[in-house]
Design a protein around this ligand. Structure first.
Ligand SMILES: Cc1cc2nc3c(=O)[nH]c(=O)nc-3n(C[C@H](O)[C@H](O)[C@H](O)COP(=O)(O)OP(=O)(O)OC[C@H]3O[C@@H](n4cnc5c(N)ncnc54)[C@H](O)[C@@H]3O)c2cc1C
Length: 393
């Protein structure tokens, strides 16, 4: 049987693409190695922009995610500062006349809402299917997979790889290893966070506190060796160091206070690299989400780019005659459509790390100046807020 589209990997990005096509005439299936009701690689906090919210609203699942207690936390204020240097910028949703500057969303809750919406639409994900490879033929592609020890094959005009990057390797990808890890976890503050997110640039790398339900999700970028030490410290010692390294952060009343914490949970590290495919299309193939680009979490751009990959692919396929799906022309159109957004997201994230992530004391002064100007100039604030809301384009 020839499908129109086989989506490999129904994580949040693949499932978004499947849902965006659920009402169409197209024959679309989504395959995932995970079991029904499970998620890949544990829960985490996704930084969602207002633009991604609008897409999820259009697909009718924002309200489902929001119905889950603490699954979505609005970011009302973003405070940016640097350790050991002057300059501080503070962005406020009310100042920009917006309900929020962005959202922290639980991966588990988002995935559950997407899975349920697809099942309701009669387009349920085929679970437990481990894809081994994709081979192009002139008129279609063959997806080779296994399930319960048996081999399977699917043929499709087009295959969308949204597997998080597990199947795409090698010379078609560029990789920059930041030689750092992100230590992530949850901390419970003594005082309520009031929707304030704090980003602090330190000589070790950026640190962030993201409001999430009744606690903060934290991201601490550091060397792999120190990450291991921090991960295995006692809770008490870790909280003391986190507090010390973070330093003062704004509270909602705009007074700088050092946040203090009661409890820490779920400390984990993962390596940080920028990895992206030179081309997001191949023969009968498109790449989406982390399979197309894996970014440093510093600017919260990665997942939002993936949501736009999925939505834009669906929009492209909805206006493509069925027998042109997967053709060179259709693939070239999709690649052109995604190029500016991808390059801007990759360039912005990598550039930000070049200026703010480096341990170069001579950069402290220009960094401080940049933060002071950002704070003082309404036009700069609006541009930065726009980048947070809709991504850099
Ligand atoms: C440990 C960790 C922490 C993170 N923390 C943050 C954070 O704090 N904030 C943030 O914004 N982003 C974070 N990210 C990044 C974020 O998770 C990704 O941007 C997002 O998950 C990308 O979605 P995706 O659907 O492209 O890929 P994934 O979420 O990786 O989903 C891929 C899907 O494909 C399936 N799959 C994989 N291989 C196969 C195969 N061979 N056959 C069949 N199915 C397959 C998997 O089961 C999974 O369901 C983190 C990532 C990791 C790994």
């Amino acid at each position: 049987m020839l499908h129109d589209l086989v989506i490999v990997g129904a994580g949040p990005v693949g499932a978004t693409a499947a849902l965006a096509l659920a009402d169409s005439e197209l024959d679309v299936i989504a395959l995932d190695g995970r079991a029904a009701g499970a998620i890949a690689r544990g829960d985490r906090s996704l930084a969602l922009s207002h633009g991604s919210r609008l897409i999820l609203e259009r697909l009718g699942i924002w309200a489902d995610v929001a119905a889950e207690p603490d699954a979505i936390t609005p970011i009302e204020t973003i405070e940016i500062s640097q350790q050991g240097g002057f300059g501080r910028a503070c962005l406020n949703a009310s100042e920009q006349e917006l309900p929020a500057l962005g959202y922290v969303v639980s991966y588990r809750a988002l995935q559950a809402a997407l899975d349920a919406a697809l099942a309701r639409a009669g387009r349920g994900i085929i679970h437990g299917v481990n894809v081994k490879g994709v081979s192009p033929r002139p008129a279609y592609a063959v997806v080779e997979a296994s399930r319960d020890g048996g081999s399977l094959e699917y043929t499709s005009r087009l295959v969308a790889l949204a597997d998080g990057g597990s199947l795409v390797r090698g010379s078609t990808r560029r990789r920059h290893d930041y030689r750092q890890v992100a230590l992530v976890g949850k901390v419970w503050p003594r005082e309520p966070h009031r929707g304030v997110a704090c980003e602090r640039f330190t000589p070790e790398g950026p640190m962030a506190l993201l409001p999430e339900g009744d606690h903060y999700g934290f991201v601490w970028t550091t060397s792999p060796a120190r990450g291991e030490v921090l991960r295995s410290l006692s809770d008490e010692e870790f909280l003391r160091l986190l507090q010390e390294s973070f330093g003062p952060c704004l509270d909602a009343g705009a007074a700088a206070v050092t946040p203090s914490f009661l409890r820490v949970e779920d400390r984990r590290t993962f390596p940080l690299a920028l990895e992206f495919a030179r081309e997001v299309v191949g023969a009968r193939l498109v790449l989406m989400g982390n399979a197309a680009q894996t970014l440093h979490p510093v600017a919260g751009q990665g997942f939002n780019l993936g949501v736009r990959d999925a939505y834009e692919l669906a929009q492209e396929l909805l206006v493509t005659p069925r027998d042109e799906i997967g053709s060179r022309e259709q693939l070239a159109r999709y690649a052109r459509r995604r190029r500016p957004d991808r390059l801007a997201g990759i360039g912005f994230t990598h550039g930000l790390l070049g200026i703010f992530g480096a341990d170069a004391s001579w950069l402290r002064w220009p960094r401080g100046l940049a933060l002071t100007l950002l704070d003082a100039l309404p036009i700069a604030k609006r541009a930065f807020a726009r980048a947070m809301l809709f991504g850099v384009r």
